[in-house]
Ligand binder design. Structure first.
Ligand code: SF4
Ligand code: SF4
Length: 107
């Protein structure tokens, strides 16, 4: 799998020196396109779907692409992290959305 960046939503972390997705990808796979100051993934084949970039993006601009065995192109899965839960939004190839929430562990 890999991630996909919504160029309409990405604001390049407002031109911060190191945008969150670039700074935190453990594989150094995210970069900023100097042409438009938007994020992109350099090597899709090296992404192991840890979803760090997806969870950290303040603009919800990054989604996880689902593998073809589960869904066709354009289907995505996006987690949004809250203090006590993670809300997952699954979007199918027709744009239909399904949301589900999972409470996080109390430590
Ligand atoms: S964290 Fe989100 S808003 Fe910031 S550069 Fe990456 S994709 Fe764009
Ligand atoms: S999902 Fe993980 S490995 Fe893949 S680009 Fe995002 S932070 Fe990097």
């Amino acid at each position: 799998m890999s991630v996909i960046v919504d160029l309409k939503k990405c604001n390049g972390c407002k031109n911060k020196e190191t945008p969150l997705c670039v700074k935190n990808c453990p594989g150094d796979l995210m970069a900023i396109d100097p042409e438009n100051q938007k994020a992109y993934i350099c090597k899709e084949e090296d992404c192991w779907d840890c979803m760090v970039c997806v969870k950290l993006c303040p603009c919800s601009a990054i989604a996880t692409k689902l593998p073809y065995q589960l869904a066709l192109y354009k289907a995505t899965l996006v987690p949004k992290v809250y203090e006590d839960k993670i809300k997952w939004t699954c979007t199918d190839i027709d744009g239909n959305k399904e949301e589900f929430e999972i409470k996080t562990l109390e430590i």
